[in-house]
Design a protein around this ligand. Structure first.
Ligand SMILES: Cc1cc2nc3c(=O)[nH]c(=O)nc-3n(C[C@H](O)[C@H](O)[C@H](O)COP(=O)(O)OP(=O)(O)OC[C@H]3O[C@@H](n4cnc5c(N)ncnc54)[C@H](O)[C@@H]3O)c2cc1C
Ligand code: SF4
Length: 343
C-alpha cells in the first residue's frame, strides 16, 4: 500500500486535489493553516461567484463537505508544515503541533494573498473610511448587511470601482494582471445595482479583461444594469469631509476629470502568498521571479516544481480563477499519484 499524499492548503485547488485522490482510493493528508476550510472564497466571505452566479458558501461549501466526509482524507486544521525531508515515495513532514507524517508525494495548494491597499496610499484606502476593497464589498453582500457607507451606514448613491489596484503597476512592483478582478468588479457593480437601483455605479479602467465566457458579466453589467465604464488614469482619491473625490484623466477624451462619490471600491489584485519565501525554503522548491511558486514545466508533468515528488496547483502558481484552480488541483493530483505509483 502506497504512502498517503500530503496536500497543503484547503482552498478550491487543495480541496479538488484531495477529493480526486480520495475518490480513487488514495489516502490523503490535508494540512490547512486556518481553522476553517475553503480558502479565500470562504475565509474572505465572497458573495456570488463569477461566472456561475452561485453563492461562494454553497459552491465552495459543498467542496468542503465532500472532503470532510471522506474516510480517505485525514484533515489537520490550524496547522502548517514546519519541516519537510526525504525523497519521492518517502517524504516526512513535521507539523506545527510537533507530530510528523509520512507522505509519498506532496501538492502545494497554498494560494495567494489579497493585495493590501495601504500600499497604494494616494488612492485613499486607510485614510478615508468610504474607500473600501472588493473583498469588503463581497462581505457586505454575503453577510446580508447590504452595501453601506462605512462612515455613516447610509446607502450610497454613487459608487466608483477602481480596477487594477495592486496589479499591472510597476511603480509598486506588481507587474502581473490578476485575471479575475475585472469580472469580479463587473459582478459586484451588478449586485450593487440590483440591491440599490438608485445608486449609480462607475468602473474606472485601463483595459477590460473579462476573458472567455466571463465577458458575459461585462455586457450584462452595461446593457441590463447600466453600469458606466470610464477609461481613465487615476491620479488620487481625496475627500471634502463627506464625499470621496476621484481625480484623474479620462484617457479617451484626454481631459482631467474630478468626480465625487459616496464610496470608492479598490478592485484588489492577487499577490503571491506572503509566506512564499518560507514555503519555498521548507519544501525546497523554486519561486517564480514575481514571488509565486514556480512550475517546472508548463507542457509536461502537470504541477511539477523544481523538486521531484512535490507539485503545485492553483493560485499558488500565479493569479487564477476558481475553476482553473480546481482543474490544476485535479491535474496535480494525477501527477502526484503517478509519481508514487512509479516510485
Ligand atoms: C476579491 C476577489 C474575488 C474573487 N472572486 C472570484 C470569483 O467570483 N470567481 C473566481 O473564479 N475566482 C474569484 N477569485 C479568485 C479566487 O479567490 C481564487 O481563484 C481561489 O481562491 C484560488 O484557490 P486556491 O485554492 O488556489 O487558493 P486559496 O483560495 O488562496 O486557498 C489557499 C489555502 O491554503 C491555505 N494556506 C496558505 N498557506 C498555507 C500554509 N503554509 N500551510 C497550510 N495552509 C496554507 C490558506 O489558508 C487557504 O485556505 C476572486 C479573487 C478576489 C481577490
Ligand atoms: S483583471 Fe482587470 S482589474 Fe484585474 S489586473 Fe487584470 S486588467 Fe486589471
Amino acid at each position: 500500500m502506497s504512502k498517503p499524499i500530503l496536500v497543503v492548503g484547503a482552498g478550491p485547488s487543495g480541496l479538488a486535489a484531495a477529493h480526486s485522490l480520495a475518490s480513487v482510493g488514495q489516502k490523503v493528508i490535508l494540512v490547512e493553516k486556518e481553522d476553517t476550510l475553503g480558502g479565500a472564497p470562504i475565509l474572505s466571505g465572497y458573495a456570488k461567484l463569477v461566472p456561475s452566479g452561485e453563492w461562494a458558501k454553497d459552491a465552495i461549501g459543498s467542496m468542503v463537505d465532500r472532503v470532510v466526509d471522506n474516510k480517505n482524507i485525514t484533515i489537520h486544521k490550524g496547522m502548517t508544515v514546519d519541516k519537510f525531508t526525504g525523497k519521492p515515495g518517502a517524504f516526512k513532514a513535521e507539523l506545527s503541533n510537533g507530530k510528523s507524517v509520512s507522505a509519498g508525494a506532496t501538492i502545494l495548494c497554498t494560494g495567494f494573498t489579497h493585495f493590501d491597499s495601504v500600499n497604494k496610499p494616494e488612492w485613499g484606502f486607510g485614510t478615508f473610511p468610504d474607500v473600501v476593497t472588493t473583498t469588503q464589498v463581497e462581505q457586505m453582500i454575503s453577510s446580508g448587511q447590504g452595501v453601506r457607507r462605512p462612515s455613516n451606514g447610509e446607502k450610497p448613491k454613487r459608487v466608483a470601482i477602481l480596477l487594477c489596484v495592486g496589479s499591472r503597476d510597476r511603480q509598486i512592483g506588481r507587474e502581473w494582471c490578476s485575471k479575475i478582478c475585472c469580472s469580479v468588479s463587473a459582478n459586484i457593480a451588478t449586485e450593487i445595482r440590483e440591491e440599490l437601483p438608485d445608486c449609480h455605479v462607475y468602473i474606472y479602467y485601463m483595459d477590460i479583461r473579462t476573458f472567455g465566457l466571463y465577458e458575459e458579466v461585462y455586457w450584462k453589467s452595461q446593457e441590463e444594469h447600466k453600469v458606466k465604464y470610464i477609461k481613465a488614469r487615476i491620479a488620487e482619491v481625496t475627500s471634502d469631509g463627506d464625499k470621496v473625490i476621484v481625480k484623474g484623466e479620462d484617457t479617451l477624451v484626454k481631459r482631467p476629470i474630478t468626480i465625487p462619490f459616496d464610496m470608492v471600491v479598490h478592485a484588489v489584485g492577487m499577490d503571491p502568498n506572503v509566506d512564499n519565501m518560507l514555503i519555498s525554503s521548507i519544501f525546497g522548491v523554486d519561486l517564480h521571479h514575481w514571488g509565486y511558486l514556480a512550475q517546472e514545466n508548463l507542457y509536461g508533468t502537470a504541477g511539477a516544481t523544481s523538486r521531484a515528488g512535490v507539485f503545485v496547483a492553483g493560485s499558488a502558481t500565479g493569479p487564477e480563477t476558481i475553476d482553473d484552480s480546481i482543474a490544476q488541483g485535479n491535474a496535480a493530483a494525477m501527477s502526484a499519484l503517478a509519481s508514487i505509483t512509479k516510485a
